[in-house]
Design a protein around this ligand. Structure first.
Ligand code: G1P
Ligand code: ZN
Length: 543
């Protein structure tokens, strides 16, 4: 089979963001675009000849075509074997699991996570290293640098590989092993959680609803929740993965997972509701008429970890992204374990987990996970919750209320303003930063500014420094406001405003977060001149 070297010219815009390179499908379909980026990955990682790679994606539009291209390029670049999920499918946490289990050199994951799919939607690609986690910044920067100087890529001429049947196929000198995308992952979940207790809970009449949002977790949830744990058929809704996610926005939040939200606030609501995103790494947890804020979810999992067999031996530490609330810090303090504060994005947790410093990690953006893999993991969080519910025998809301009564409540909300003109968003951030010198000491209503900064992080393991990670305004009473521009969008800019206040008084714990944070919301909007600069009256998404 002939290896061809194709002459190409670089694209200037192949800079990976918070989680890989994300662009419109149409950008990836343009000639040489995907090929260039894949070659930049291969040139950067310098895998020894004969190495094994994992490959799979969330099944979105263009997944299948991209898999065939990458397989042929892997064969031309000297890989010995590629493990690819059947049908080209692997959820992000399952890909991480497979990389680790089979100790492969690394993996390529095709996903734009929670971004919409379809011919006019988004597509994405990212490289994960041999620890199963997203490549750290020094590698993504090197891939970007390489992409800007690329003059050729390598590919073999061969027919497409049959992806729908498990088995081993030859592609030139390389082997392609089409694997069951669910089996290894499901086995890992069984090793971490008390499936017997969860089965008994469900057998006792406990009802659940899992919304796969027509994305990748459908087959995983059906196998684990319905088949292995005995939830009645139909407990998983929107369980068939579709290339355009059924026209929906596969982001498990209160706005986009509205079908589930309606079920969970209804009179006949099940005991437990959950949803995951396009590639299966996010989770939203709901009780009957109750929303669990992701920052609280991380803290509750940490506080109850001993109830799950995989974590009964104790946690080494916890980590959270900077904009995530400090609820987990309080649990860590009580457990006497460290709590690390990292920039946004899962790639910052990898070093801490590899060094054995943390067991649980989480982000306010519906991401929770642990050192069982090196990605956040949606279904894992669902199973962890089910394990806790089975052991404690309390409703979701009661578990949250008791948690707050013990630790106090970090009242929290995030306001997203999507699709802003980039210039306006950048100017708003510059305007905020411009006030930083004079803000400390100033009083706004009940709040006095204690500090403000642009968050930067020094990795405690390898000493690498990441700057410009979000503007923080902290107040004397411990409340804070954080402003960040999204690094995952593909259209204009998305401004995220994170609001947090601490409420120790259990009598006030039932309060609505938007009401409790109303004072901070006014300050955030005024300091940023939000309305003037963006013309927006209200956020696109409130969490
Ligand atoms: C968003 C989330 C972030 C998460 C990332 C990938 O990134 O805020 O926590 O790690 O998606 O799922 P952002 O768009 O804010 O850069
Ligand atoms: Zn995702």
């Amino acid at each position: 089979m002939s290896i061809k070297t194709i002459v190409t010219t670089p694209f200037a815009d192949q800079k990976p963001g918070t989680s890989g390179l994300r662009k419109k499908v149409t950008a990836f379909q343009s000639p040489r675009y995907l090929e260039n980026f894949v070659q930049a990955i291969f040139d950067t990682i310098q895998a020894p000849s004969g190495s094994t790679l994992v490959l799979g994606g969330d099944g979105r539009y263009y997944n299948r075509e991209a898999i065939q291209i990458i397989l042929k390029m892997a064969a031309a670049n000297g890989f010995g074997k590629v493990l690819v999920g059947q049908g080209g499918i692997l959820s992000t946490p399952a890909a991480s699991c497979v990389i680790r289990k089979y100790a492969t050199f690394g993996g390529i994951i095709l996903s734009a996570s929670h971004n919409p799919g379809g011919p006019d939607g988004d597509f994405g690609i990212k490289y994960n290293t041999g620890n199963g986690g997203p490549a750290p910044e020094k590698i993504t920067e090197a891939i970007y640098a390489r992409s800007k100087e690329l003059t050729r890529y390598r590919v073999i001429e061969a027919p497409d590989v049959a992806l729908d049947q498990t088995g081993t196929y030859a592609l030139g000198e390389m082997k392609v092993e089409v694997i069951d995308p669910v089996a290894d992952y499901a086995e890992l979940m069984e090793s971490l959680f008390d499936f017997t207790a969860i089965r008994a809970l469900i057998g006792g009449g406990f009802r659940l609803c899992f919304d796969a949002m027509h994305a990748v977790t459908g087959p995983y949830a059906r196998e684990i929740l319905e088949k292995r744990l005995g939830a009645p058929t139909g407990s998983v809704i929107n369980g068939v993965p579709l290339p355009d996610f059924g026209g929906g926005h596969p982001d498990p939040n209160l706005t986009y997972a509205h079908q589930l939200v309606e079920i969970m606030v209804g009179a006949e609501a099940p005991d437990f509701g959950a949803a995951s995103d396009g590639d299966g790494d996010r989770n939203m947890i709901l009780g009957r008429q109750f929303f669990v804020n992701p920052s609280d979810s991380l803290a509750i999992l940490a506080a109850n970890a001993a109830l799950a067999p995989g974590y009964a031996a104790g946690l080494a530490g916890v980590a959270r992204s900077m904009p995530t609330s400090a609820a987990a810090d309080r649990v860590a303090a009580q457990l006497g374990i460290p709590c690390f504060e990292t920039p946004t994005g899962w790639k910052f947790f990898g070093n801490l987990m590899d060094a054995g410093k943390v067991t649980l990690c989480g982000e306010e953006s519906f991401g929770t996970g642990s050192s069982h893999v090196r990605e956040k993991d949606g279904l894992w969080a669902v199973l962890f919750w089910l394990n806790i519910l089975a052991k404690r025998g309390l409703p979701v809301e009661e578990i949250a209320l008791r948690h707050w009564a013990e630790y106090g409540r970090n009242v929290y909300s995030r306001h997203d303003y999507e699709g802003l003109p980039s210039d306006a968003a950048n100017a708003l951030m510059a305007h905020l930063k411009g006030q930083f010198a004079k803000l400390p000491g100033q009083r706004f209503g009940n709040y006095q500014v204690k500090f403000c900064d642009d968050f930067s992080y020094t990795d405690p393991i390898d000493g690498s420094v990441s700057t410009g990670q979000g503007l923080r305004i902290g107040f004397e009473d411990g409340s804070r406001i954080v402003f960040r521009l999204s690094g995952t969008g593909t259209e204009g800019a998305t401004l995220r405003i994170y609001l947090e206040a601490f409420e120790p008084d259990p009598a006030k714990h039932g309060q609505d977060a938007q009401q409790a944070l109303a004072g901070l919301i006014v300050i955030a909007n005024e300091l940023s001149e939000l309305k003037l600069r963006t013309g927006r009256e209200k956020p696109t998404v409130i969490t």
